[in-house]
Design a protein around this ligand. Structure first.
Ligand SMILES: Nc1ncnc2c1ncn2[C@@H]1O[C@H](COP(=O)(O)OP(=O)(O)OP(=O)(O)O)[C@@H](O)[C@H]1O
Ligand SMILES: [Mg+2]
Length: 237
């Protein structure tokens, strides 16, 4: 396994993310995060698993800045972007190119916008899709388009909330290998924090942790965690 994320001790000089004793309760009084601490010291694909209601989605929303923590500290030097389970909830415009263009930073010329759109579409395996209507895409292609939007926004920390839950196995593998490749590319590798209930995905990550009752356990090898969580399935997830 690559160098694992850690507790706060041992964090390098420029970690990708530090979550320090984070606490959050919903207005209903429901505690979602409880003394939640971890760090990601370098780019990579890091996965979180945990039962329903353990606080995973709330954690991603806090990291994305959509919610304010009640307690604790967040150090987030990289620009984050959320990718949801259902890409239909995040794709807004009718064509692939126009949707990606919506996420580009302001201040680019027309030709810069066009070449940025072409570039990010190619990065997610959708070269030549600029004019394609979004309704004609498969579920996996839509999810890759949502990732293209995140890249277009210049995000360096992708927060993926069960991004393959609605996909078949082939599309699941395409999205997994896309994100892993983006995290491993030589130039400007991104970091990804990926929530999953599909335990076989743990084999793809650089490190994984179990979330329970609003806090995160120790980071470990993804395959080891998969075998621990699925002993009756013969380790197949
Ligand atoms: N919008 C909301 N308003 C009130 N309570 C919420 C809201 N969203 C989540 N909660 C509560 O916060 C707790 C954590 O929920 P969260 O959605 O973060 O869990 P999760 O680990 O993502 O679960 P799942 O695996 O089912 O997606 C739960 O008790 C949930 O009921
Ligand atoms: Mg969730």
């Amino acid at each position: 396994m690559a160098e694992a994320p850690s507790g706060l001790a041992g964090v390098g000089p420029q970690p990708c993310l530090v979550v320090d004793q984070l606490g959050f309760a919903w207005p209903s009084g429901q505690t979602a995060l409880n003394h939640c601490s971890f760090s990601i010291p370098r780019p990579g694909l890091w996965m979180l698993v945990g039962g329903n209601g353990s606080g995973k989605s709330t954690l991603l929303r806090l990291i994305a800045g959509l919610l304010e923590p009640a307690r604790g500290r967040l150090l987030r030097p990289l620009k984050p972007a959320l990718v949801f389970q259902n890409p239909d909830h995040q794709l807004l415009l009718p064509s692939c190119g126009s949707d990606v263009e919506l996420s580009l930073p302001a201040g680019l010329s027309r030709s810069q916008r066009l070449s940025s759109v072409e570039q990010v579409l190619a990065q997610v395996g959708l070269a030549d899709f600029r004019q394609r209507p979004i309704h004609s895409l498969s579920g996996g292609q839509k999810q890759r388009l949502a990732i293209a939007g995140a890249l277009a926004s210049r995000a360096q920390l992708l927060l993926l909330d069960e991004p393959t839950a609605l996909l078949d196995e082939n599309s699941q593998r395409e999205v997994l290998s896309l994100i892993r490749d983006l995290c491993r590319r030589a130039e400007a590798p991104i970091s990804a924090l990926w929530i999953t209930h599909r335990l076989e995905e743990l084999d793809w990550c650089d490190g994984a942790a179990l979330m329970e009752r609003g806090s995160i356990g120790p980071w470990q090898n993804g395959g080891d965690l998969r075998r621990r969580l699925s002993p009756l399935a013969g380790g197949k997830g």
